[in-house]
Design a protein around this ligand. Structure first.
Ligand SMILES: *[C@@H]1O[C@H](CO)[C@@H](O)[C@H](O)[C@H]1NC(C)=O
Length: 448
């Protein structure tokens, strides 16, 4: 007993001396939202209500010019020309929010012209120099505090969870072996380490400039990131732990897109816990790891072959139909999802609402400071079976304020550096769902 009390006293002392950890809240702004229509159109001004919750604002995205390997604005007219000057509009928020760090992110899957350039750049010291010098100049010219490398590495191949051809499939794999996605993996890994080092050196010429890395969805960290060599060079690593399943990669099978832990019989590496563990095991201080939370939903079409229980993994027939505002197949913003969950007057002619299903499983995490119960560890989905004509079947995996809060709690219990929101334009920035603007961002922030 005596011992316990002493111990508790020591603990209290220890915590009294450490400042309360203030988690990072890294807010991504995808400038693509500027050209969406109607309710989905987001102007820089719409960011304002979010910014008191954000420690970082990241502008997505700059790109690479194929022949010169220079870092360039992907949309010159929108980003830098005098008529819009979005880069400047974004960095000007620092006047109102002096503590806010504003970074320019490059890549992020927004740079679609000539995918090979991301690999080729890593193979050439001259190309890296051109990229680093132009990038630092571009960031400087528009008042950014630093650069985020959301590098477009080759992705792990999508795999089916279940297959009616099970045994035959295994046979084929054994005969032909698995072809590697990237034959120069080792070279690209080394090139990226060099790039991070060179970028850090160039940024360090001025004080207080930041460098971060974003691990895009389905990039295999163990292949491309030499953690011990790069971790001390970066301010944080943003791990995009979502999109493990997408209608584009997995048109015939839907599953939880962003589980915290491994659901049964799934790849044990494709979840937030496993990704964070990889970085930790290789020596990354937990405080440098930021967990990426998607604000958008992935959607699939259900057909007459889909299991009527709705339980994933479920057979699907390609991407779900586009939302009224974001107008992209297989994708919905959070306000588009929340509108589908309710049908206030059961109006005739309107499609029935989607049925929401939360995962009942729970985890208990013990951190230094407190114990926390983390429920809904795989995420939430909602679905509607096809009607009598085989139409309108939909399956949606999405993040909402409750699941985002759970992820923030996970981050807290693991002592991680914070969360990131990808991106603000897909959260309910107008407050259409309940009247509160940015409900996903708020819920996550409050639980950090
Ligand atoms: C990532 O690469 C490692 C080999 O370095 C491999 O063992 C692992 O299965 C890969 N992860 C995924 C999700 O494919």
């Amino acid at each position: 007993m005596q011992l316990l009390i002493t111990f508790a006293g020591l603990l209290a002392l220890a915590f009294a001396n450490t400042p309360a950890p203030t988690g990072k809240v890294v807010c991504y702004y995808d400038s693509k939202s500027y050209v969406r229509e109607s309710q989905a159109r987001m102007l820089p001004l719409d960011l304002d209500p979010a910014l008191s919750f954000c420690t970082h604002l990241v502008y997505g995205y700059a790109g690479i010019q194929p022949d010169t390997y220079k870092m360039i604005p992907l949309n010159e007219n929108l980003d830098v020309d005098r008529s819009h000057a979005n880069y400047r509009a974004i960095t000007n928020f620092k006047t109102k929010y002096p503590a806010l760090k504003v970074l320019l992110s490059v890549g992020g899957d927004a740079d679609t012209e000539d995918q090979q350039k991301y690999n080729l750049l890593l193979e050439s010291p001259q190309a890296r120099t051109a990229f680093v010098n132009s990038g630092v100049l571009l960031a400087d010219q528009h008042g950014f505090d630093g650069i985020d490398l959301a590098w477009q590495f080759p992705r792990v191949k999508p795999k089916k969870i279940r297959s009616t051809w099970g045994s035959i499939w295994h046979g084929i794999k054994k005969t032909f072996g698995t072809t590697p996605v990237d034959e120069k993996e080792a070279e690209h890994r080394e090139g990226f380490t060099a790039l991070v080092r060179e970028m850090k050196q160039a940024l360090n010429v001025k004080p207080n400039r930041q460098l971060s890395i974003t691990v895009l969805p389905n990039v295999n960290s163990s292949v491309y990131f030499d953690v011990p060599s790069i971790i001390n060079l970066v301010d944080f690593v943003n791990i995009d732990a979502y999109d493990y399943f997408t209608p584009e990669r997995n048109p015939k099978e839907a599953d939880y897109t962003s589980p915290l832990y491994t659901p049964q019989n799934r790849n044990p590496l494709q979840n937030a816990d496993a990704e964070v563990s990889y970085w930790k095991q290789h020596g990354a201080p937990t405080t440098k790891l930021v967990l990426g939370i998607a604000t958008f939903a992935r959607t699939w079409k259900l057909d007459s072959d889909s299991e009527i229980s709705g339980v994933p993994p479920i057979h699907t027939d390609g991407p779900g139909e586009a939302g009224p505002y974001t107008k992209t197949e297989g994708l919905l913003s959070y306000p588009e999802v929340c509108a589908k969950l309710i049908n206030p007057n059961h109006q005739k002619g309107m499609r029935p609402h989607l049925r929401k299903v939360t995962d009942p499983s729970k985890r208990f995490e013990v951190s230094l400071t407190k114990e926390s119960d983390i429920s809904n560890t795989f995420g939430t989905y909602a679905f509607r079976l096809p009607d009598d004509n085989g139409e309108a079947g939909t399956w949606v995996s999405y993040e909402d304020p409750d699941t985002a809060a759970m992820k923030a709690q996970f981050v807290k219990s693991k002592g991680l550096g914070g969360i990131s929101l990808v991106d603000l334009s897909m959260d309910d920035f107008r407050g259409l769902c309940t009247g509160d603007k940015y409900p996903i961002l708020r819920a996550a922030k409050y639980h950090l």
